[in-house]
Design a protein around this ligand. Structure first.
Ligand SMILES: [Zn+2]
Ligand SMILES: [Zn+2]
Length: 212
């Protein structure tokens, strides 16, 4: 899983009330926080040192916590970032959209690939096949993996198809149709309505485009 850290920047200080020194530095210093899962966070400090914070236990590997036993600025920083929505709470991690750089918080056990709302495929969406550049209309999205879905009479899985070798076998599959159904003298030509199954990452959602 490709997790991402919060931006390394200072946080705004409250305009009212006074903060003790550790709380002030927890906000004022540029630090980035990476959720690792299991309630663990990696904090990169302004001095480029990296400390491991255990939020469930309220512990940190920095000298201030280890030798003085205090609630150090790193533990405070993680707590503030969780409260402000900059860093995911325990049980969740921050990941980037597969097709853009937007960051989402997901359950730490959720399998990828991950997509932002704009790039999530829904039935009726138009998508581009990265292999052929063809436009397709999505008719079905599922949680089934490409290496578990069999297509064709010989039991070949979607992942085993030669044209799918560039895509991870453990991604979910998407069913799509070629939208330009051919109409013959007796109505729609049946093969034009055939649903083809693709590994999710082979399709790119076309956003803001004209329907085909
Ligand atoms: Zn610390
Ligand atoms: Zn996206």
């Amino acid at each position: 899983m490709n997790t991402v850290a919060s931006p390394k920047a200072p946080l705004s200080l409250p305009t009212d009330g006074r903060l003790d020194e550790r709380s002030r530095r927890a906000r004022a210093e540029p630090m980035s926080v990476l959720a690792l899962g299991d309630g663990l966070y990696e904090v990169e400090s302004a001095s480029e040192n990296t400390y491991l914070v255990d939020m469930d236990a309220g512990r940190c590997t920095c000298p201030d916590h280890v030798f003085r036993g205090v609630r150090c600025k790193h533990v405070r920083r993680v707590a503030i970032e969780i409260t402000e929505g900059r860093t995911p709470p325990p049980g969740r991690v921050a990941v980037e959209c597969h097709d853009c750089s937007r960051v989402r918080f997901v359950d730490e056990t959720e399998p990828g690939p991950f997509y932002c709302e704009e790039h999530t495929l829904y039935p009726g969406d138009v998508a581009r096949d990265r292999e052929t550049d063809a436009r397709l209309t999505v008719v079905d999205v599922s949680d089934l993996r490409a290496d578990a879905v069999r297509v064709g009479d010989d039991g070949t899985t979607v992942a085993e198809y030669a044209t799918n070798e560039n895509y991870d076998p453990d991604v979910p599959v998407v069913g799509a149709v070629y939208p330009h159904a051919r109409v013959g003298p007796n109505g729609v030509v049946p093969e034009a309505l055939k649903v083809y199954t693709f590994p999710r990452t082979r399709l790119e959602k076309l956003t803001g485009s004209e329907p085909v």
